[in-house]
Design a protein around this ligand. Structure first.
Ligand code: DGP
Length: 117
């Protein structure tokens, strides 16, 4: 855990969130500023600042997060592929548009138009 990290505080339950999924190493919760009818974030519970900090030791964790995303997208109301589907985004660093420096995957979907994206 990292001091002053919003997502660490959410993982620890110190800041409330609308939970989508939780296991020993992954938490998913609704984005506070949704761009799309479905918009949730998936985070590793461990504090990894960004995708730029990922190494081979994280391959299993990231693989599990990616493999979980379609299941959670369907659970949250994304229609099936190909008519439905979803978008996965991971902003990385200032020029990548990252605002919260705890690795997270945005999962967005639902009927268009969306607010952004
Ligand atoms: P990014 O730009 O990729 O770092 O996006 C960070 C996202 O995190 C942004 O869409 C808003 C969301 N967010 C920021 N603070 C909170 C919070 O306290 N709770 C929740 N649920 N989402 C948050």
């Amino acid at each position: 855990m990292s001091d002053n990290c919003i997502f660490c505080k959410i993982v620890e339950g110190k800041i409330p969130s609308r939970k989508v999924y939780e296991d020993d190493e992954i938490l998913a919760f609704h984005d506070v500023n949704p761009w799309a009818p479905v918009h949730f974030l998936m985070v590793p519970k461990a504090h990894i600042p960004s995708m730029a900090h990922v190494g081979p030791e994280h391959a299993g964790l990231l693989g599990r997060m990616m493999a979980l995303a379609p299941k959670l997208a369907a659970q949250e109301g994304c229609r099936p592929y190909p008519e439905g589907g979803f978008r996965i985004v991971t902003n990385t660093g200032a020029e990548g548009g990252q605002e919260v420096h705890h690795l997270h995957i945005h999962v967005m979907g639902g009927p268009r138009p969306w607010l952004r994206g």
